[in-house]
Structure formats: C-alpha cells, structure tokens
Write a protein that binds this ligand. Sequence first.
Ligand code: A2P
Length: 287
Amino acid sequence: MFKKFSDTVTLANGVKMPCIGYGTWQTPDGDVARKCVFEAIKAGYRHIDTAAAYGNEESVGAGIKDSGITRDELFITTKHWISNRGYEKTISACEDSLKKLGIDYLDLYLIHWPCVSKISDNWEEINADTWRGFEKLYKDGKIRAIGVSNFLPNHLESLKAKSTVKPMVNQIEFHPGYIQAELADYCQKEGIVLQAWSPLGCGAVLGDAFLAEMAAKYNKSVAQLCIKFALQSGFVPLPKFTNAERMAANMDVFDFEISTEDMEKIANMPQKGYSGFYPEEAPADAF
Ligand code: A2P
C-alpha cells in the first residue's frame, strides 16, 4: 500500500505513474485551467490528466510551462477523442495534442471512449484500427504508455485479440456509490492499471451522511476518505478541484488506513453520484 504522495504504480511496461493525479475535466479553459495546473504543480502534484475533449490542453500546457518543473519530473496524460478514430487520424490527433500541450512526448495516451455496437457494426475493427495508431506512436517513442478509458471487458477482449500491445491502463468512473466491481476485477486480473475518474463522484457524494460519519471516524474529510478509498481499492485517483485550499488537503491521505470492514461498507453503499455515462447504453457518440 502507498505510504506517501510521491509513491508510484508500475505499469506493465515498467513505466512509473504517480499514485494520485490532478484531474482537469470541466476545468474551464483559459486562466482558470492555467492557474489551477500551475498551483497544483506548486503544491506537489506531478501527475496531470487532461483530454482533447476537455478543450483545455493549451491552458494545461501553459500551466505546466509556468511551473518551471522539468518535463521528466511530470507524468502527463491526455486522451484521444471519438472524432479521430482510425489509424491516420489517431496519429495526427496525438500530434495536435502534443502541440497544444507544448510538449514533445506524452507519458500516457488513452482512447477516451470505445466504439460500441450501438454506434457501428464494425466497432471491433474501428477500435483495433485506432489502437494500431496508438501502437505506432508508442513504438515511435511519442508516448511512454498507452491505454484506454471507459472500456468494458468485451471491448478489452476484442482489442486483445486484434493487437500486439495490451492496454496498460483503463481509466473508469469510480467512487463510493459507483465502483464497477466486475470491471475492476477483470482489469486487475489482466494486469491493467486502473485509474478513477470522478473519485469524488463529481462532488455529489461529498454531502452523503454515511460517508460523513465514516470520514469523521478517521478524522478526515469526505474528499480525503474518497481518495483513500480509491487508493486502497487499487485505483489511481484523479480528483479534480479548482479551489486552491483543496490542493494540499487532497494530498493529505497517507496518515490513515480505512479498515477492511469499513472498505466493505463503503463499497456496498447504495448507488450515488453515478454520471450516467455508460459506454454500451449511453455511448459518448450519442452526446
Ligand atoms: P472545485 O472544482 O470547486 O474545487 P471529482 O474529482 O469526482 O470530479 O469531483 C470534483 C468536484 O469535487 C469539484 O466540484 C470540486 O470542487 C469538488 N472538490 C474537490 N475536492 C474537494 C474537497 N476537498 N472538498 C470539497 N469539494 C471538493
């Protein structure tokens, strides 16, 4: 188990990823994203997560540059959007993201959403073709690690049958109130490292009375409890916050351990804070 904020998780190819990342989904582009990323790095975050679809890569890149931290001290992830599926488009989408971020390699590049049967009968080929682009970028040294986001076991199985490099990461929604246990179990068995998006349930679980009681028991805030719950469940959480005071507080999760009994209680709480984004029933393409 992680002992300190600077601890890392080792991916299947040996690349080390800091155990907590700074999420930027819904962080407004422009001064807000730039300042948040700068402040996060200043506070000690070294793992930054963005996506082409967040529309803030340039501002995230500016914040990184403002920080003055050398590139090799940072772990930077971005994600490939659905409009760029296919081999050629994937290569140019990655180049575009690198340009916007102002860097010349990525630590991690993810397929943001799978193509699914509801979108195309040819979904398996489409995902495999996109993944071929990922493999090429990886082999060319443009990306240190490659993975996916929001992939279910059937999408991962399909990709496995049609590719040579296995995804090293799957970034999925995970928080108290929505834990996707079967999917997490599958990934862990396959050696795919899990990242948690919305580890605080997009803020929706922070006012939950049961979690408040549980957090108080450990003398922690509900946000800190959620972050620790993700870590102890084997996930790399990517909490998002724009409030500067929360930067330090959300790092302070290494002086307590949630008991096995309480982990189970949290895992079994009723569904809460679920985003409604489910790749098969509500594919990203439908939005
Ligand atoms: P804000 O962005 O105003 O700082 P998630 O990471 O699950 O997407 O949740 C993000 C939401 O949780 C944001 O609204 C963020 O607010 C809020 N948040 C993050 N950290 C804390 C905290 N320590 N206390 C209260 N709210 C928090």
